[in-house]
Design a binder for this molecule. Structure first.
Ligand SMILES: O=c1ccn([C@@H]2O[C@H](COP(=O)(O)O)[C@@H](O)[C@H]2O)c(=O)[nH]1
Length: 295
C-alpha cells in the first residue's frame, strides 16, 4: 500500500498551487486558431506549449483523451509523453478518459490508467458508473493501492445528462412506466433517490477508509440537487468559462463541499494561446479568482 493517499496528495497540491484544474483539450478549432496542423504533430506542439505554460503554476491538469485518441497510435504516443512530462514535474494529471465496463474489462482499463508503471499511468482518471458502481471495484482497488484517484460521473455539466442522472430509483429500480401500479402505490411523486444521488452515496461508502480515493464529477453549470453533506472526497467540477459557469456560481452551487473542490476550465484558458505567457497569465488569473471566490 502506497504511503500517501489520493486525498493527502491532493490537499498538499492544493495548498501549494490552488485548486484550479486546467484542461489540455486540443480541439481541432484550437489547433487552427493556434496556427497548428490538424495532425498528431500539431497536437504534440499544442501539448508542449500547454506543459510549458501550466506546469509549476497550477496543481492539476486534465488532458481530454478524446482529442489525442482522434489521431490513433500517434495521438496516444503524444498523450503518453505529455502525461509523463507533467507528472515528472510534480503536477497532478487527471486523465479524462471516462472509462467504464464490466468488472473483468474494467480491471484492464484500471491497469492502463492507474497501473504503477503503465505507459499512460495518471494520478487519477474519470470513470463512468453506468455499468453499475460495483463494476468499478478493480479501479477502486488499484487506485487505493497506489495513492491515485477516480472521478466518477455523478451529475455531469451537459444539459442532456439530467434525463438519466436525475431519474429516481425505487430501491434499485428506476421509477417510471415499467413499474406497475402496485409498485407505485406507496410511492408519492418526487420520492426515491436520484441515480446521481445513488452514485454519491456509493462513493461515500467507498471512502470510509479516509483515503478519498473516489471522487465525483459534478458540473458547475447548474444546481446539482444532490445531498453532498456526507461526501468529503474530491469533486471535479467542469463547466467554468466556455460552458457558462462563473466563480460566483461555484461558490453558490458548492457552498457546503469546498474542501476538495476542483473547478475545471479548458477552452476559456486555451483560447489565449499559442503564446506561453498569455496562457500562463490566463491560468494564473483564473486560479487566483477561484481561490478568492471560494475562500
Ligand atoms: O460533466 C462533464 C465531464 C467532463 N467534462 C470535460 O471537461 C472539459 C470542459 O471543457 P471546457 O472547454 O471548459 O468546456 C472537457 O474536456 C469535457 O469533456 C465536462 O465538460 N463535463
Amino acid at each position: 500500500m502506497s504511503q500517501h493517499s489520493w486525498g493527502s496528495r491532493l490537499r498538499s497540491a492544493i495548498a501549494d498551487r490552488g485548486r484550479l484544474c486546467v484542461g489540455i483539450d486540443p480541439h481541432p478549432s484550437l489547433l487552427r486558431a493556434w496556427g497548428l496542423p490538424e495532425t498528431a504533430g500539431g497536437v504534440e506542439t499544442f501539448a508542449e506549449i500547454c506543459v510549458e505554460a501550466f506546469v509549476g503554476d497550477v496543481a492539476l491538469v486534465k488532458p481530454q483523451v478524446a482529442f489525442f485518441e482522434a489521431y490513433g497510435a500517434a495521438g496516444y504516443a503524444v498523450l503518453e509523453r505529455t502525461i509523463s512530462v507533467v507528472r515528472a514535474a510534480g503536477t497532478l494529471v487527471i486523465a479524462d478518459a471516462k472509462r467504464g465496463d464490466i468488472g473483468s474489462t474494467m480491471a484492464a482499463y484500471s491497469q492502463a490508467w492507474l497501473g504503477k508503471d503503465a505507459p499512460l499511468a495518471s494520478d487519477a482518471v474519470t470513470v463512468s458508473p453506468y455499468l453499475g458502481f460495483g463494476a468499478l471495484e478493480p479501479a477502486v482497488e488499484l487506485a487505493t493501492e497506489h495513492g491515485r484517484g477516480l472521478f466518477v460521473l455523478a451529475r455531469t455539466s451537459n444539459p442532456e445528462g439530467g434525463q438519466l442522472q436525475g431519474a429516481r430509483l425505487l430501491g434499485d429500480r428506476l421509477l417510471g412506466d415499467e413499474l406497475d401500479a402496485a409498485d407505485l402505490s406507496d410511492v408519492s411523486a418526487g420520492e426515491g433517490v436520484s441515480v446521481a444521488q445513488s452514485i454519491v452515496d456509493a462513493a461515500v461508502a467507498q471512502n470510509r477508509d479516509g483515503r478519498d480515493t473516489v471522487g465525483l464529477v459534478v458540473g458547475a453549470t447548474r444546481g446539482h440537487g444532490l445531498d453532498l453533506s456526507e461526501f468529503s472526497g474530491p469533486i471535479l467540477a467542469p463547466g467554468l468559462g466556455a460552458q457558462g459557469a462563473t466563480v460566483a456560481d461555484l461558490a453558490e452551487i458548492f457552498c457546503d463541499s469546498r474542501e476538495l473542490l476542483l473547478p475545471n476550465t479548458s477552452r476559456d484558458i486555451l483560447r489565449h494561446g499559442p503564446s506561453v505567457s498569455a496562457l500562463r497569465e490566463a491560468a494564473e488569473r483564473a486560479r487566483d479568482e477561484v481561490e478568492k471566490g471560494l475562500a
